[in-house]
Write a protein that binds this ligand. Structure first.
Ligand code: PLP
Length: 466
C-alpha cells in the first residue's frame, strides 16, 4: 500500500543515521535558529504525500541533530537506544495501543506486568513493590511524593485525594541539600511547594549526613516525608541509605529515594553495595531513558505500598471497567498512554541480567579510565571520587583569567571540535565540566580519543596555539 511508503523512507533514514552515529561530529552543525528559518513557513493549505513529508523532515532537521545517542556524548546523563528497544519503540507507535486499561490492549498490559517484574528483579526488589511507567524521572518523583503524601495524611485521618492539601495537617519535608531539581518540580505539582523543604547538609561528595537527618527527625513528630538520593547528578555519590532508612522507619517518616540512574547499580554485584538500603525506601524514582538505554521518554516509579500508590493515582468513571491488575492508569498520572513498558521489556530481554550488570559495570570502569586519562594532564583535576559513571573535571585557569569564563572557553573548544561533547557544572562552587558515561555503545577507544581531544582543547586554551 502506497500509504506505507513513509515507513520505508523513515526506515532507510533511520538506518543511515544509526550507521553514521559512531563517526559523525557529536555536536550539531546548525543552530536552532537555522533550523527554524528553514522550517518556518505558514501552515500549508494543501497537504503533501506522507513519504515526502518524511524526506523533508530528515533533510531539514539532519544538520541540527546531536549524536547524543552515540558513544562519545558525555553531557547530562544520557543513554542511547539498544537496538531491540528502538525497534520495540517503533512497534509501540505502529500498534498504537492505549495502556490506560487492560481492556484496551491485553498484549501491552501483559508486557507491562512482566516488565514490572523484571525491573523489580533487576533491582533485587521484593514483589510488593508496584510499578508505574512514566515519561521520565521527574514524573516518577511526583508519583513517589504523591503516594507518600497519601500515606502520611491518611494516617492523620485526612483524605488528600478527596479534600486536597488546603487545610490538611502539615507535612514536614526533609531533603538533601544536594537534591536534584526535579524533586522540587514534582513537589510543586502536588501543592507541597519548594521553599517548604528543609535541606540536610552533605559531605564533600554530596552525600546527605545521616546523623543530621536523625537529629532533624527527632525534633518533631509531625508526619514527615524524607527525600534521599542514590546517584548525585554531578558526583554520582550515594546517600547512606541504610542509615537514612533506619532513621526514617524509627520516626515513621516516608522515605522517597531519587535513584534515577544510580538505582541500576543494584543490577551489578560489584556496585550493588552503593545502593544498599534502597530496598527499605517507601518509593523510588528510576529512569529508563538514561542508563537502561531505551529511547525517550521513559521513567519508572516504584512504590512499596500498593494501597498508597493506587489511591494517589487511580480514578474511576462509569465507563472505565476495572481489569485484573493490568490497568496501567492505576499507577501513573496519565490515563491514555503509549505502552512504555514494551521498550523496557525489550531492553531487559536483549541484555539479560548478566548483560545489564556488564553495561553498568563497564560504564563505571570507563569513567574511571576517563578520569585517569584526564588527570594525567597537568592543570586538569578530578574533583569527585569516581564511584560510578560520573566525573567532575576542573580545568585550572591562568591566574589572570576568570575561572568560569576559562572553563566555558575550554568547553566551547571541546564542543566545536566534535570528537565528543560534555557540558558545564559547578561543584562546591568550582566551575567544572561534567562527564557521564551512560551509553551501551561507548568503549575504551571512545574514551581514549575523547580524552586526548579534551586534553588538547585544554592545552590550546591554556597555552595558546591549536
Ligand atoms: C535526570 C535525573 C532526574 C530527572 O529525570 P528526567 O527523566 O529528566 O525527568 C532526576 N534525578 C536525577 C538524579 C537525575 O539524574
Amino acid at each position: 500500500m502506497t500509504n506505507n511508503q513513509a515507513l520505508d523512507h523513515a526506515h532507510i533514514s533511520a538506518k543511515k543515521f544509526l550507521d553514521e552515529l559512531h563517526d559523525r561530529p557529536v555536536g550539531p552543525r546548525e543552530s536552532m535558529r537555522d533550523i527554524v528559518n528553514r522550517l518556518n513557513q505558514p501552515l500549508p493549505t494543501d497537504g503533501d504525500a506522507s513519504s515526502r513529508v518524511v524526506d523533508w523532515i530528515v533533510e531539514a532537521l539532519e544538520p541540527g541533530l546531536v549524536a547524543s545517542a552515540g558513544p562519545r556524548y558525555f553531557g547530562f546523563v544520557i543513554g542511547g537506544g539498544l537496538p531491540s528497544a528502538i525497534a520495540a519503540d517503533w512497534l509501540t507507535s505502529v500498534w498504537d495501543q492505549n495502556v490506560a486499561l487492560e481492556a484496551m490492549s491485553p498484549a501491552l498490559a501483559a508486557v507491562e506486568i512482566v516488565a514490572s517484574r523484571w525491573v523489580r528483579e533487576a533491582l533485587q526488589l521484593d514483589t510488593v513493590w508496584t510499578v508505574g511507567f512514566t515519561t521520565g524521572a521527574t514524573m516518577a518523583q511526583a508519583v513517589g511524593l504523591a503516594a507518600g503524601r497519601h500515606r502520611l495524611l491518611a494516617r492523620k485521618g485526612w483524605d488528600v485525594e478527596e479534600y486536597g492539601i488546603q487545610g490538611a495537617p502539615p507535612i514536614r519535608l526533609i531533603c538533601s541539600a544536594e537534591s536534584h531539581a526535579s524533586l522540587f518540580n514534582a513537589s510543586r505539582y502536588l501543592g507541597l511547594g519548594t521553599a517548604t523543604w528543609c535541606p540536610i547538609d552533605v559531605d564533600r561528595q554530596g552525600r546527605m549526613r545521616a546523623a543530621h537527618l536523625a537529629q532533624a527527625l527527632s525534633r518533631s513528630n509531625e508526619p514527615t516525608l524524607v527525600a534521599g538520593q542514590a546517584g548525585n547528578v554531578n558526583s554520582g555519590a550515594f546517600d547512606p541509605l541504610t542509615e537514612i532508612a533506619e532513621a526514617c522507619s524509627q520516626n515513621h517518616a516516608w522515605l522517597h529515594v531519587d535513584a534515577a540512574f544510580g538505582g541500576w547499580c543494584r543490577a551489578s554485584d560489584d556496585l550493588a553495595y552503593l545502593a544498599e538500603g534502597i530496598q527499605s525506601a517507601d518509593s523510588l524514582t528510576l529512569d529508563a531513558h538514561k542508563w537502561l538505554n531505551v529511547p525517550y521518554d521513559s521513567g519508572i516509579a516504584l512504590v512499596q505500598d500498593a494501597d498508597a500508590h493506587r489511591h494517589s493515582m487511580s480514578v474511576s468513571a462509569s465507563y472505565l471497567t476495572a481489569g485484573h491488575g493490568g490497568d496501567g492508569m492505576d499507577w501513573v498520572p496519565e490515563a491514555s498512554r503509549r505502552g512504555r513498558g514494551l521498550v523496557i521489556y525489550a531492553a531487559l530481554r536483549e541484555l539479560g541480567r548478566y548483560g545489564l550488570a556488564q553495561l553498568i559495570t563497564r560504564c563505571c570502569r570507563l569513567t574511571r579510565l576517563f578520569a585517569e586519562t584526564l588527570s594525567e594532564e597537568p592543570g586538569i583535576t578530578i574533583l569527585n571520587d569516581v564511584v560510578v559513571n560520573q566525573a567532575v573535571v576542573e580545568f585550572s585557569a591562568p591566574s589572570d583569567r576568570d575561572p568560569t569564563e576559562f572553563r566555558d572557553e575550554v568547553l566551547a573548544r571541546i564542543q566545536s571540535d566534535g570528537t565528543c561533547w560534555a557540558g558545564p557544572t559547578y561543584w562546591r562552587n568550582t566551575p567544572a565540566m561534567r562527564i557521564s558515561v551512560s551509553n551501551w555503545r561507548t568503549d575504551e577507544s571512545d574514551i581514549e580519543i575523547s580524552g586526548s581531544a579534551i586534553r588538547s582543547a585544554y592545552r590550546a586554551c591554556r597555552y595558546g596555539g591549536n
